[in-house]
Write a protein that binds this ligand. Structure first.
Ligand code: TYD
Length: 208
C-alpha cells in the first residue's frame, strides 16, 4: 500500500478550490484510499473556535498570524499527523501557504516572522503536494459577488487579493518541488480535466 500523503488546496477566495477538492477526494476514495478531509483555520474543536474569531473579529495583523499558527499546531498534532500514521491520506483546504499569502502578502506581516512561526510549528513537516488554484483577481471577485454573506477576508478590496495572489505565486516559485499550479479561470470541466491529467499522474500517487 502507498504511504499516506498530506495534500493541501490553496488559492485566493473565489478560485473554486472547494468544489474541486470535493471531486478530488471522491476520486482518491474510489481508488481505495482512506481520506480525511479537513480545513484551516479549523480542523479541531479549538481550531474551529479560533476560525470563528479569525473570520469575524478585526485584529492586529500579527495577532492574526499568531492565531492562524496556534490553530495549525493543534491541527497538525491532534489530527494530521495521527491520521497519516494510521495510513489515512489527509486533504486540507488551506495550510501554511495561506498564512504567507494572506497575512504576509495581504496584510504585510514580514515573511521572516512567518518563517519563524512555520519553523516553530512544523519544522521538517510540509505537504507532500500543494495544488494552487490561480485566477485573475477580477474573475475571483465576480464569482464571490454571488455569495450572500462574505467573511472578514472576503470583504477585502481587490488590491488586497492582488497582493495575496502574488504572494501565493512567490511561494509557488520558491517551493516548486511540492506545488502544482492550476489555471482556475477555465470552466470547472476544463479544470477537472487538467487535474486528471497533471495531478493524478503525479509521482506521489505511484510511490510505495
Ligand atoms: P476559506 O478556505 O476561504 O473558507 P470558505 O471557503 O469557507 O470561505 O478560508 C477562510 C479564510 O481564511 C480565507 O479567506 C483565507 C483565510 N486564511 C488566512 O488568512 N490565513 C491562513 O493561514 C488560513 C489557513 C486562512
Amino acid at each position: 500500500m502507498n504511504k499516506a500523503k498530506f495534500i493541501t488546496f490553496e488559492g485566493v477566495d473565489g478560485a473554486g478550490k472547494s468544489t474541486h477538492l470535493a471531486w478530488f477526494v471522491e476520486v482518491l476514495r474510489k481508488s481505495g484510499k482512506k481520506v480525511l478531509v479537513t480545513r484551516e483555520p479549523g480542523g479541531t474543536p479549538m481550531g474551529e473556535c479560533l476560525r470563528e474569531i479569525l473570520l469575524n473579529q478585526s485584529m492586529h495583523a500579527e495577532a492574526e498570524a499568531l492565531l492562524m499558527f496556534a490553530a495549525r499546531l493543534e491541527h497538525i498534532e491532534q489530527v494530521i499527523k495521527p491520521a497519516l500514521q494510521l495510513g489515512t491520506w489527509v486533504v486540507s483546504d488551506r495550510f501554511s501557504d495561506a498564512s504567507f499569502a494572506y497575512q504576509g502578502g495581504g496584510r504585510g506581516v514580514k515573511v521572516a516572522k512567518l518563517e519563524q512561526l512555520e519553523c516553530w510549528v512544523h519544522e521538517n513537516f510540509q505537504p507532500d503536494l500543494t495544488l494552487l488554484f490561480d485566477i485573475p483577481v477580477e474573475v475571483a471577485r465576480q464569482r464571490l459577488s454571488k455569495n450572500i454573506t462574505l467573511d472578514r477576508f472576503e470583504q477585502e478590496e481587490g488590491t488586497f487579493f492582488e497582493k495575496v495572489r502574488q504572494a501565493y505565486l512567490e511561494r509557488f516559485k520558491n517551493h516548486s518541488d511540492r506545488f502544482v499550479l492550476i489555471d482556475a479561470s477555465q470552466t470547472p470541466e476544463k479544470v477537472k480535466e487538467n487535474l486528471e491529467k497533471t495531478v493524478l499522474c503525479h509521482p506521489i500517487f505511484k510511490e510505495r
